[in-house]
Design a protein around this ligand. Sequence first.
Ligand code: SAJ
Length: 422
Amino acid sequence: MPFKTISVIGLGYIGLPTAAVFASRKKQVIGVDVNQNAVDTINRGQIHIVEPDLDMVVHAAVTEGYLRATTRPEPADAFLIAVPTPFKGDHEPDLSYIESASKNIAPVLKKGDLVILESTSPVGATEQMAAWLAEARPDLSFPQTHGESSDIRIAHCPERVLPGHVLHELVQNDRVIGGMTPKCSALAISLYKIFVQGECIVTNARTAEMCKLTENSSRDVSIAFANELSMICDKLDINVWELIRLANRHPRVNILQPGPGVGGHCIAVDPWFIVSKTPEQARLIRTAREVNDSKPQWVIDKVKLALAEFLQANPDKTAREVSIACFGLAFKPDIDDLRESPALFIATEIAATHSGQVVAVEPNVQTLPDTLNKKLSLNTLEQALTESDIVVILVDHKEFKEAKSQIFASNHIVDARGLISN
Ligand code: SAJ
């Protein structure tokens, strides 16, 4: 077998599940992360991130001796780089994590090794990674200079799994394999076939990079269309949820759902990687980002309006006596991930500016991040409905859908998800 030992660099939302799944197929896996705390947690058989069933898979992999974490790279037959690729303040991609991962693994590379970049990356990042590796190891040959006879094989194989369904999608999804040469692709396929049941489709590295960016930009543009419609319909006094339901009856129309904005760590970031490379051409992609990014403030303004209307209808009350409940803080339904969440941003802003009480109902989390505790407190659904004057629906969690008629009975509702109007 060509892969006795596999190393995964970056043990986050993609790297850790990937490492655990290789280990579950009885491969020796070395996980590498700069975060000592994450490394220690994993070596205890526990996890530092939230993903259904991942705890069990990691626990089994560690206790059976197939997965081990460390902060310093060790020799392996294949290296998968799954580190963050955020953007800088000006929306320019920040490749510094890929650069330091490349420089860290370079000393342990040997002839015949495969290096795969899995991180979502701007076009050209794989070639850049190959250049960093070659610079650090002039004694080895690389595909950019030696083609099919290179010592090291390099490919870009972007991750495409949906948070909350990672373990299932890692195995079932088709995989785009962008080798720097056909032999690089062939070796990458033989690695992924250890656990991937979906099809592995070969292309080149640049197309694979653009493919991942295109998938998330396509979704961002579609959501922006829905969000723009919601703002248009609000002006025209039309129920956008009914409108979309009706339009979607057309056999070739499939509009997505408006919401309080686009959250998560991918869809709100990746389109900028296209815009930064081709700013003059990527007009629609940029505008979609701007539309989606404007939606949280639009919702906050709606809450302010609801408060003004409430005070007008209840002249005996002051703002300090008005209680607001925010339903949902996660970045999308039925998960507990609060990172990059427009719902959390909106709830925090309301708590910071409203003089009365602001509570949040979030059935998927037990405690709020320390930074929020003073301004925002968690409440149960029942208590929030009894005690609040204004209800703001930010996430359509299943618990809220089940309590739809109870919520509907509230007098003042700002419904950013169409929970009750849908
Ligand atoms: N959203 C809406 N309306 C919709 C659909 C989504 O407002 O109709 C919002 C969600 O509430 C959320 C955001 O968009 O705030 C993103 O959620 P999502 O479920 O669309 O996507 P993510 O970020 O969880 O995962 C995406 C996936 N990409 C695509 O579906 C094209 C996933 O397959 C990728 O692997 C992942 O990004 C990634 O890691 O890039």
